[in-house]
Design a protein around this ligand. Structure first.
Ligand SMILES: Cc1cc2nc3c(=O)[nH]c(=O)nc-3n(C[C@H](O)[C@H](O)[C@H](O)COP(=O)(O)OP(=O)(O)OC[C@H]3O[C@@H](n4cnc5c(N)ncnc54)[C@H](O)[C@@H]3O)c2cc1C
Length: 536
């Protein structure tokens, strides 16, 4: 039996675990990080992420003329969250996040060499209820990969780095106890199955959410979304399977809001899957027509940028629970995007010229890559051909050519009449979105679908893609794991997505976006400081 001993044991080498470990080293404590994955993937999901972080009151906001305050952000957050009367800790974590994200996330990251793109994005503006009143999504220049790699470099270069032990391929399965108190954790080595134990004065669970297990996603499917769709793609971590949630539950830890998830409506299959059902999340082009599985346009139309959860709800309300987006090459060049570091190489590799080239002339690389490889994309020169290909992909005649043609002709006719006469909710939203400079440059100015200069036509079949857990292990504001009566379980802490980003669900029902990475930094730091004995 392999055994290790240190002041603190951190389960999970994702962003939350790394930030906690940095705080522990700052406090002069010895730390062991255990991760089930291999060293190449150190950094967890943050390494794959796009790198957008929710910040209030940043320099980038001020430069762009945005007046933002924690009070405004908290009001927006609560409107989106729809907290219930018993959501004491989620609400307190939300409050802490909006108050502290400037100093304890943004400035802290800047002090560690992380820079941000100059124009914040304006996401989750709210559909019928308010969302982000102003742009708050700050993109790390270098994407989430830079975020992870910079912080990992800080760990290795830390003056107390000798107090850090890293163990990869270690799958933690449960906790050890001594005289009724938690003393460590135990598990097996991936591959060999050799058992190990790691002992510490404090154990921090930072093992991510549950959304990497489609079984758990189905088990906790939210009632608002009807039954789980027949196809759900996996856009989370392959080891985010809730093993540690179950282990925390077995020793009396309180798990809350597991049915609250942040999934996306526009998932497509990855052609080089790194996990079963590996899905990519398309940022849905706003100028595309969003159609249901039969080819009928959603009414009212679906447009991204307002309420991601509502998009999922609307698609899940249809019979087959998948959808189509219909566009043309010109729209794709300007608007098609895929979330994550992998499909944003110019941002990830910090290539300014390539980034501006793609912005001005269109992202040819991405469009060609998706058309050549992704099985959910079909292309044709005419609507009858396109619909035939959509049906061939579905292996039936479900998509109705007459319905698709009607939707396209009506939409194009509105554009022909000119902006004065636009009476279409999607066109109204496009006009509104284009008021913000960050969106104007990425959104076509009323682009007709059948414009002969914009062809060929493209249809994208889109499934629900599972991503983030908004619920999880309940913690107090020191990151201590609470039992069902609200009492801390001695020596046990949790942070990051494992805690629904703090308190067992600090986002409530919906997230304003960027608060996931930000939530990992804050909750990881708080737990690390709390264990290390510093201020929280
Ligand atoms: C493509 C993509 C784009 C994203 N973009 C954004 C964005 O722009 N903004 C944003 O805010 N968020 C974004 N996210 C979400 C964000 O990246 C994650 O929510 C966040 O990184 C989670 O960090 P974590 O440390 O809590 O967990 P994880 O990153 O999941 O790390 C958990 C670690 O624990 C390990 N582990 C799991 N189980 C065990 C076990 N039993 N034993 C030992 N180790 C275990 C795993 O191997 C993993 O390394 C994105 C995610 C993806 C996939």
């Amino acid at each position: 039996m392999r055994t290790t001993k240190s002041d603190a044991v951190v389960i999970g080498g994702g962003l939350a675990g790394i930030c906690a470990a940095l705080e522990l080293l700052d406090a002069g404590r010895s730390v062991t990080i255990l991760d089930r994955d291999n060293e190449e993937n150190f950094g967890g999901l943050a390494r794959e992420s796009f790198g957008g972080i929710f910040v209030v009151g940043s320099r980038e906001q001020k430069r762009a003329g945005i007046r933002d305050t924690p009070d405004l952000a908290f009001a927006d957050w609560c409107a989106f969250a729809e907290f219930g009367p018993h959501d004491h800790w989620p609400r307190r974590w939300a409050e802490a996040y909006v108050q502290r994200c400037h100093d304890d996330v943004y400035r802290w990251l800047q002090a560690r060499g992380i820079g941000f793109f100059p124009v914040p994005h304006w996401v989750e503006r709210g559909q019928w209820a308010p969302g982000n009143s102003v742009p708050r999504f700050h993109i790390v220049w270098g994407s989430g990969r830079e975020l992870a790699l910079q912080l990992i470099a800080r760990l290795h270069a830390h003056p107390n780095a000798a107090k850090l032990a890293l163990h990869f391929d270690h799958r933690v399965e449960g906790f050890t106890t001594l005289m009724g108190e938690i003393s460590g954790c135990c598990g097996v080595l991936e591959g060999s199955g050799e058992p190990f134990e790691a002992f510490g004065e404090a154990i921090l669970v930072a093992s991510g959410g549950i959304n990497g297990s489609l079984e758990k996603v189905r088990q906790h499917w939210h009632a608002d979304w009807r039954t789980p769709p027949p196809t759900i793609l996996n856009g989370s971590h392959r080891y985010a399977d809730g093993t540690l949630h179950d282990a925390v539950g077995r020793i009396g830890g309180n798990l809350t809001h597991l049915d609250k998830m942040w999934d996306y409506a526009a998932g497509v299959h990855h052609w080089k899957p790194r996990k079963p059902n590996h899905g990519l999340s398309i940022v849905p082009p706003r100028s595309a027509l969003w159609l249901d599985w039969r080819g009928h346009r959603f009414a009212p139309p679906l447009v991204t940028g307002f309420d991601t959860r509502d998009l999922v709800t609307r698609v899940c309300a249809t019979e087959r629970q998948h959808s189509w987006q219909l566009l043309n090459r010109r729209i794709a060049l300007k608007e098609l995007a895929v979330s994550g570091a992998e499909f944003n190489p110019s941002i990830r590799d910090k290539k300014k010229l390539a980034f501006f080239r793609d912005l001005v002339f269109g992202n040819r690389w991405l469009v060609d890559e998706m058309l050549a490889n992704c099985r959910d994309f079909v292309v044709a020169a005419s609507l009858p051909d396109l619909v035939a290909r959509m049906n061939a992909l579905q292996e039936d005649d479900a998509v109705d050519l007459a319905a698709v043609t009607d939707a396209v002709l009506r939409y194009d006719a509105q554009i022909d009449r000119g902006p004065t006469f636009h009476n279409d909710e999607q066109l109204r939203r496009i006009a509104y979105l284009r008021n913000w400079k960050g969106d104007r440059i990425r959104t076509c100015k009323f682009q007709k679908i059948l414009d002969p200069n914009a062809l060929p036509l493209i249809a994208i079949r889109e499934f629900i893609v599972s991503r983030k857990s908004l619920g999880g292990i309940q913690t107090d504001l020191q990151g201590r794991v609470l039992d069902a009566s609200g009492n801390p379980i001695p020596r046990l802490y949790a942070a990051g997505e494992a805690t629904g980003f703090g308190g067992g669900g600090m986002h409530g029902l919906r997230a304003l976006e960027g608060s996931f990475l930000g939530g990992c930094v804050l909750s990881g730091r708080i737990a690390g400081q709390s264990i290390g004995g510093g201020t929280t």
